[in-house]
Ligand binder design. Structure first.
Ligand code: ARG
Length: 576
């Protein structure tokens, strides 16, 4: 497949004009000249603003620079016209025939023109990663949903992806939990609602540790005993892990999320001592009050404790061991971690240490703000637990109301299936359509809105488009719209076609910037553009040829919406 990123094609083209007009400019400057989607569509489809930045170097007025560069441009079949505007902006309008040819060329392409950009590259994506014996709460949904979208995007671009659910199964909670278990366990409750009972024990033990220093100390001792391999403690721990995993798996199944690896921190524990030894050997770790620390003040970071006074290992040590194992086993180009914003310092610290150890793999922390409901932020410890499961239940039951209204004649079993797709889709989209680094306030009205930027809106738009194709089939049985070419004459057709052309660069940008919201924004815009196309032009009543061309556009729009939503992990039922 040719490189279909239109911005790349146009940037290369514009660079040739600048090179010819200004041969003295250095290569680096020339290669930095680029073309991007126009900010105001009235002036063109794409624009190049390079002339303004070159005025000083060339000692010329930007407008004159633009004029000379444009005059030196060779023919380009993608371009219908170029125009210089204002201070020296180069506005580019696409050639409708070339655009139509291109779109016909990707109709059969499984990837809709998206190149296999990630071929021969490996990424590990560490996401979801809940903590054992604490229920997965709403805060965890962001990591699961954003991480899964990044996972799907990378696979689509041809990367080899290892999705790793890095369970918190070796943390300090086990000291409190084991101690709490010996004092408070209710065996009947444990048999009936294992994770709820574990949570109750944990919360009770945690609360006591807040006011009882002796209790906290005892919990620390239990933890060390577990970490040193005490068999009874190990057995209990194993039981906690299994019970929690069963519960987490129910949620992953509902969310349509699967992992290549489910390895907890415990998987790496045999490496912890070695990591400390290595850090000491290269002079990175030093003793301080009985603990082992790495000083990072020169890097503008706090001291990082890698081993506690009681011998226990810290989060950073466990993450360093994990990186080491991943490098040995998978040789990844990049490891991506998806967690909430509160862990930023932790990631900066161990990324810096990994760098000092000379480890080459690129390490990326994709963080997101906490999700807030109007009432409060979620936290397990404060007991204000609104479980993810309950949130999903409510989403599905609200979606069922929508489906019952829009398709009263649909069989009930099917209504339930559709409601599941719409409800889960709404939750995911509410999350993915936001800039992940902003604080998200979740409201049902916004998430379920049939007339706004929501999954139900996009799913409904998709179903409507699919129904247009069905109607065409009924009215013109046996007729293949591809007997007629795609032709772009009307403004509304052109606008839609230009949106479709952008899909590859949107997917690429969403992946490279780790921002699924870029794709969500695009899909919403595409659905709106389609809707004005559909409302302003006749379809089935248009004359032969025009009708088929529109049906083809309609088909491409449906596939683009479907593929895009799939990349966000959102299903597209044919009817809602
Ligand atoms: N278990 C952690 C938590 O729930 C997240 C782990 C993220 N991954 C990592 N390699 N540190 O807060």
């Amino acid at each position: 497949m040719e490189n279909n990123i239109i911005e790349t094609i146009l940037s290369n083209w514009v660079q040739t004009g600048f090179t010819k007009a200004f041969p003295d400019l250095d290569t680096e400057t020339l290669q930095a000249i680029d073309v991007s989607a126009a900010t105001d569509e009235r002036f063109g489809d794409y624009q190049c603003n390079a002339a303004m930045g070159l005025a000083r170097a060339l000692r010329m007025a930007p407008r004159a620079i633009a004029e000379q560069a444009v005059a030196a441009l060779p023919e380009q079949d993608w371009v219908q016209s170029t125009e210089i505007a204002g201070a020296g902006f180069i506005n580019i309008t696409l050639n409708p025939e070339r655009l139509a040819d291109h779109l016909m060329g990707i109709e059969d392409h499984a990837q809709l023109g998206v190149p296999a950009f990630g071929q021969d590259r490996t990424v590990v994506i560490d996401y979801s990663s809940p903590n054992v014996a604490k229920p997965m709460h709403i805060g965890h949904i962001r990591s699961t949903v954003i991480g899964n979208a990044l996972d799907r995007l990378h696979r689509f671009l041809g990367y080899r992806v290892l999705a790793d659910n890095h369970l918190g199964d070796w943390g300090t909670q086990f000291g409190l939990l084991i101690l709490g278990y010996h004092h408070f366990v209710d065996q009947d409750a444990l048999a009936q609602h294992p994770v709820e009972e574990l949570e109750r024990i944990y919360v009770k033990s945690y609360e006591r540790s807040q006011s009882d220093a002796e209790w906290l100390d005892q919990a620390r001792r239990e933890l060390v005993k577990l970490q040193q391999g005490d068999p009874a403690h190990q057995e209990l721990w194993q039981q906690f892990v299994e019970l929690s995993l069963q519960e987490f798996d129910k949620i992953y199944t509902r969310l349509g999320v699967r992992f290549d690896l489910v390895r907890g921190e415990s998987f790496y524990r045999d490496r912890f001592a070695d990591i400390i030894a290595t850090l000491q050997k290269v002079g990175l770790a030093e003793e301080s009050e009985g603990a082992q620390i790495v000083r990072l003040e020169d890097d503008g970071l706090d001291v990082c404790i890698v081993q506690k006074r009681d011998g226990g290992y810290n989060y950073a040590t466990s993450d360093l061991a994990t990186v080491q194992q991943r490098i040995e086993e998978f040789q990844p180009d990049t490891i991506i971690y998806v967690t909430d914003e509160r862990q930023q310092l932790h990631f900066k610290q161990f990324f810096t240490i990994a760098d000092k150890l000379g480890w080459q793999t690129e390490l990326v922390h994709v963080w997101f703000g906490l999700m807030r409901l109007p009432e409060a932020t979620f936290s397990t410890r404060q007991g204000n637990v609104i479980r993810l499961e309950r949130l999903l239940d409510e989403a599905e039951s609200r979606a069922l109301e929508i489906v019952k209204q829009s398709s009263p004649d649909m069989p009930e079993a099917q209504q339930l299936v559709v409601a599941r797709a719409v409800g889960i889709g709404a939750i995911k989209y509410a999350d993915l359509s936001q800039n992940p680094q902003s604080l998200v306030t979740f409201t049902w009205d916004k998430a379920m809105a049939m007339d706004g930027n929501s999954a139900p809106y996009l799913q409904y738009a998709y179903a409507r488009i699919a129904s247009v194709r069905d109607k065409y089939g009924e009215r013109f049985p046996g007729q293949d719209p591809r007997q007629f070419p795609l032709s772009l004459k009307e403004e509304a057709e052109l606008r839609l076609a230009k949106r479709l052309l952008r899909f590859p660069s949107v997917v690429l940008r969403a992946t490279q910037l780790y921002r699924p919201s870029i794709l969500a924004d695009y899909l919403y815009d595409l659905a709106q553009t389609y809707s004005s196309f559909y409302q302003n032009l006749p379809f089935l009543k248009a004359e032969e040829g025009v009708r088929e061309s529109r049906i083809r556009l309609c088909g491409l729009t449906a596939r683009t919406l479907r593929t895009g939503l799939e990349l966000l992990g959102i299903e597209t039922p044919d009817r809602i």
